[in-house]
Design a protein around this ligand. Structure first.
Ligand code: APR
Length: 272
């Protein structure tokens, strides 16, 4: 009798010495954080992706901060879901067994860390870090609102009155410089160290699990063909086909919060 996708995935998983996981916005959807290209990807009349750019910042840094302040406010009210917890548990089992586990995320919401994932590779930065445009220092910042001027701002309602924030109302570094969100915007390069850590995690992995990404943004999506080239089993969890589904050996269709807990309930020692 032919092996089911689940059997194939779990038998490869329990034998795997090195696994990598790539996540996108879909893994946080069941926590209440909308994805970028799905329903809810709009903030007022803006595509979420259009505000995540140096051009948008040049045009109106106050508007960009209003958008990120809104995303921080929302993320603060969200908790990791069973999908995040299942990945953190799998990592713990793999580390305990002295095997290699690398979580690579495109998400900036911090929910993987909240679920107990240890040092995920954050390709696109973090909502909870800011960077000074003068001294370039990067600091943790959990102030919501980011400055008092942003209190009550950020409504996603397209009819919400547009406000112009003055330079004095923008968040400032101790050096006096303006702080921007420490996230990677479109057209900006990723941190070399994060790219190297992700590549090292994918290189030679036995299994790559791809969860909740449309896989249209590079270099993140490029890790899938990279793993495929060296013969890793490629598995995907998504509610619908993505740009890399064709590269996958096994595909599990549905919400990651519903699928991952039982799919990943495999310890290195115990064969399924
Ligand atoms: N479980 C699993 N997958 C889901 C779920 C869910 N509950 N809900 C939605 N998805 C899937 C969607 O089908 C889609 O394929 O998650 C994916 C989300 O895709 P995008 O919105 O494009 O988000 P992502 O792939 O993370 O975007 C990549 O683009 O906007 C930039 O920097 C931003 O990191 C982001 C990058």
């Amino acid at each position: 009798m032919s092996e089911t996708s689940r059997e194939r995935f779990q038998s490869t998983l329990c034998r795997a010495r090195k696994i990598a996981v790539l996540t996108g916005a879909g893994v946080s959807a069941e926590s209440g954080i909308p994805t970028f290209r799905g329903a809810g990807g709009l903030w007022r009349r803006y595509e979420a992706t259009s505000l995540a750019s140096p051009e948008a910042w040049q045009r109106d840094p106050g508007l960009v901060w209003e958008f990120y302040n809104h995303r921080r406010e929302r993320a603060l009210g969200c908790a990791p879901n069973p999908g995040h917890h299942a990945l953190a548990q799998l990592e713990a089992w793999w580390r305990e067994a002295g095997r290699v586990f690398t979580l690579i995320t495109q998400n900036i919401d911090g929910l993987h860390e909240q679920a107990g994932s240890r040092s995920p590779v954050r390709l696109h930065g973090s909502l909870w870090q800011v960077r000074c445009l003068s001294c370039e220092s990067v600091t943790e910042n959990r102030d919501v609102p980011i400055t008092p001027a942003f209190a009550g701002s950020g409504s996603p309602d397209p009819e919400a009155p547009a406000r112009r924030f003055t330079a004095a109302e923008l968040p400032r570094c101790r050096c006096g410089g303006v702080l921007r969100p420490h996230v990677v915007w479109f057209g900006e390069a990723l941190q070399e160290s994060d790219l190297a850590a992700a590549a090292a995690g994918v290189e030679g992995c036995d299994l790559l699990l791809v969860v909740g990404t449309s896989a249209v943004v590079y270099p993140a999506a490029g890790f899938v063909p990279m793993a495929k080239r060296h013969g890793a089993l490629i598995a995907e969890v998504n509610v619908e086909p993505s740009a890399i589904s064709g590269l996958c050996d096994v595909v599990f269709t549905g919400g990651s919060g519903a699928i991952l807990p039982s799919l990943l309930d495999v310890t290195p020692a115990r064969a399924p």
